[in-house]
Design a protein around this ligand. Structure first.
Ligand code: 5GP
Length: 106
């Protein structure tokens, strides 16, 4: 467990503002604050799992839910294609230790 809430938990808890494009009981989708594509969104689970290394078997449905959301969100953004990235661990370029999927489209 993390000792203090991640920036994404603070966004989920509405303690910090973000541009929210989708939200349900399991996850939130926000615009990246520093976009690297015309559309750059972050799909973030409300459960604060730090990295892919920390996933448990019981997180299977949650991760499947996020994967199924990706094409729906992309279509809602009028994208006919997109890239996804999940940075894992410091050496994997991860900056925020709360799992998130980058959705990038132009
Ligand atoms: P990663 O951990 O996958 O390497 O990158 C974290 C991503 O979160 C970065 O693309 C960064 O721009 C984004 N980010 C960091 N802090 C915030 C924030 O407070 N709000 C938003 N919307 N995005 C953030």
């Amino acid at each position: 467990m993390q000792s203090e809430p991640s920036i994404f938990t603070r966004i989920i808890n509405k303690e910090i503002p973000a541009d929210v494009v989708y939200e349900d009981d399991k996850c939130i989708v926000i615009k990246d604050i520093n976009p690297r594509a015309r559309v750059h969104l972050l799909i973030i689970p409300k459960k604060p799992i730090a990295t892919l290394f920390d996933l448990k078997p019981e997180d299977k449905d949650l991760m499947g839910h996020m994967m199924l959301l990706l094409p729906q969100i992309a279509q809602a953004q009028n994208l006919d294609g997109f890239k996804t990235q999940i940075h894992t661990g410091e050496s994997g370029g991860q900056e925020v230790f709360h799992i998130h999927i980058h959705l990038l489209g132009n």
